[in-house]
Design a protein around this ligand. Structure first.
Ligand code: HEM
Length: 141
């Protein structure tokens, strides 16, 4: 992973109030821009889901310094997402939605550097989740 953990954590901690809006923005953007994604959450209690998503993002940011633990956490999440029916194509869709989400959250301080760092982190999160998912998929084959 080539993101700057100090930079990301500082951006996060200096804007804590705004970061609480992440899950609200994220699902709005995802459902609005990618038709059909809402159907994946047809039976989901969205209030609870948003809280879980928010907790997960918080956990990731707080653990950027322990990449062994973080990698394990993300791979396990990727494995659970296989059970939710999430195939690799969805990761591309979520990548764009997450980028737009962070841009909206941090709009007041959004610069090329901020954009680059959040992009690197998003890629790391999704690639690691996909790695976990691929491991179980190849076990099933
Ligand atoms: C940044 C990457 C992601 C994070 C942090 C994340 C986070 C979470 C969390 C915390 C849960 C609750 C259950 C659990 O922990 O296993 C969950 C469930 C779920 N996620 Fe994700 N997720 C991510 C990527 C995705 C992608 C790419 C999709 C596809 C659109 C997706 C769709 C779902 C679905 C369908 C559920 C199940 C909801 C239910 O229980 O009914 N997630 N996700």
């Amino acid at each position: 992973m080539n993101f700057d953990k100090e930079y990301l954590q500082a951006t996060w901690n200096q804007n804590l109030e705004k970061t609480e809006l992440i899950s609200e923005y994220f699902y709005d953007i995802l459902f609005h821009e990618y038709e059909g994604t809402e159907d994946l959450f047809e039976k989901t209690e969205m209030h609870f889901q948003k809280m879980e998503f928010q907790k997960a993002i918080n956990h990731i940011i707080n653990n950027l310094g322990d990449t062994v633990k973080l990698e394990q956490y993300l791979k396990e999440s990727g494995i659970r997402h296989v059970c939710y029916g999430i195939t690799p194509i969805y990761y591309n869709v979520v990548e764009v939605s997450l980028q737009k989400t962070f841009e909206k959250v941090f709009q007041d301080i959004w610069t090329d550097d901020t954009k680059k760092q959040w992009k690197l982190l998003i890629t790391y999160i999704l690639d690691t989740m996909k790695k976990g998912a691929e491991e179980v998929r190849s076990d099933l084959e």
